[in-house]
Design a binder for this molecule. Structure first.
Ligand SMILES: [Zn+2]
Ligand SMILES: [Zn+2]
Length: 135
């Protein structure tokens, strides 16, 4: 049951690196198709475009040495459906910062902008996040 967008996508919004703060827009998260990551989806609080972000989990003991910046939460859970693990995942997802990836090249977007992050430049943290699609 998809959420209705709060408003239609504002294609004319000019690109601006904007910290929206904590949004009240509803976001969802689910396992990625291969089960090795999570997908966070919702609508950008600034331009209202549909945006998603996939975050890969780290398999413990595989190539994470020398990467201290890797968040410790991003571990492959032994039992992803366990309520305690889900609560941990959700807690960290709520602490993450998200960037608009609506896919629309908003006006005045800098040409040296982040590749693969085409959007209006907004960033935010989540206020509402719901787990969907549990296997
Ligand atoms: Zn946006
Ligand atoms: Zn947009």
């Amino acid at each position: 049951m998809p959420e209705q967008p709060p408003r239609s996508h504002d294609f004319d919004a000019e690109y601006a690196a904007t910290d929206v703060g904590r949004t009240t827009f509803p976001f969802t998260w689910r396992d990625s198709d291969d089960g090795l990551g999570v997908v966070v989806e919702g609508h950008c609080p600034r331009c209202h475009g549909r945006t998603r972000r996939e975050i890969r989990r780290i398999v413990p003991g595989t190539g994470t040495k020398g990467a201290p910046s890797v968040p410790s939460w991003l571990r492959l859970r032994r039992n992803p459906e366990a309520a305690t693990d889900q609560a941990m995942d959700q807690e960290v997802l709520l602490a993450e910062r998200y960037f608009c990836a609506c896919g629309h090249p908003h006006p005045n977007r800098p040409s040296d902008g982040h590749a693969g992050r085409v959007g209006c430049g907004a960033s935010w943290v989540l206020g509402a996040l719901a787990r969907i699609g549990a296997r």
